[in-house]
Design a protein around this ligand. Structure first.
Ligand code: HPA
Length: 265
């Protein structure tokens, strides 16, 4: 089980996988229940981040259990999806963005596996937070399928679950943000700590507060995801088919001692 998909808002359905079964995976942070199945001969783990019925809000997602559990299944690469609002006039609703940087505006989330103690203090490099190898495959598959995808974007992660104020959005613009969402941190952070290659395809569902005309609703976010679901699904399936077995990026060495840490923890 080397490949996982973490589905965000609007991506809950593992129906594209054959021979599906639900797993119960125990972790030090509690259990997780991903679905495992087969696509085109490749075993794939599917984990809807908000739960199968969208019942877990962004600030209550058990990110550490999710990433720990996926690592314990042998997952080496994760492709995640996120619904995002856009601050950037070039990144319009209905368009996909392969983000390459983040700004962290979350507040109270446990965002590391490394809490000190006998394993010491760990500071991980995030110069390249998203796996360059997986990103390249996504770009390649998108180009082959004729899908437009923006190569690069700065994801601002807010605490949620509320949407932002227009003043916050103006601040994020000044700081260099392109997109705003509520879930990519600490997911990307923990994936790297766990030595898992990780990339995110963001789907722009709306212009952000104060740029959009009128108030934002969760319903419009879900409706736009539904309208664009098929393109996203096709992209994910293509990426699974094209994923090479050997990893040549540096993600697995992000924490040199990770294997020992996860074995002994
Ligand atoms: N803000 C935060 N998260 C979001 C948005 C937004 O405008 N749209 C979709 N997810």
């Amino acid at each position: 089980m080397e490949i996982a998909i973490i589905g965000g808002t609007g991506v809950y359905d593992p129906a594209m996988l054959a021979d599906r079964r639900e797993l119960n995976v125990q972790t030090p942070y509690g259990p997780i229940n991903p679905t495992v199945g087969v696509y085109n001969g490749t075993e794939v783990v599917f984990l809807p981040r908000h739960g199968a019925a969208h019942s877990v809000p962004p600030h209550r997602i058990n990110y550490r259990a999710n990433l720990w559990g996926l690592r314990s299944l042998g997952v080496k690469r994760i492709v995640a999806t996120t619904a995002v609002g856009s601050l950037n006039p070039q990144m319009r609703p209905g368009e996909m963005v392969l983000i390459d940087q983040f700004l962290d505006f979350t507040k109270g989330r446990p965002s590391t596996f490394f809490e000190g103690g006998s394993h010491g203090v760990v500071h991980v490099d995030y110069t390249e937070p998203y796996c360059p190898e997986v990103r390249a495959i996504i770009l390649n598959v998108a180009a082959g399928a004729g899908y437009n995808i923006h190569d690069g974007g700065v994801y601002v992660c807010t605490e949620g679950p509320r949407f932002e104020t227009p003043a916050e959005i103006r601040m994020f613009e000044k700081l260099g943000g392109d997109l705003v969402g509520m879930t990519n941190v600490p997911e990307v952070v923990l994936a790297r700590e766990a030595g898992i290659c990780y990339a995110t395809v963001s789907m722009v569902t709306n212009f952000a507060a104060g740029i959009a005309e009128g108030p934002l609703t969760h319903e419009e976010v879900v409706a736009l995801m539904q309208a664009n679901n098929e393109r996203l699904r096709q992209l994910l399936m293509g990426v699974i088919t094209k994923m090479p077995t050997v990893r040549t990026c540096g993600c697995q060495q992000a924490v040199p001692d990770a294997d020992r840490f996860f074995r002994e923890a």
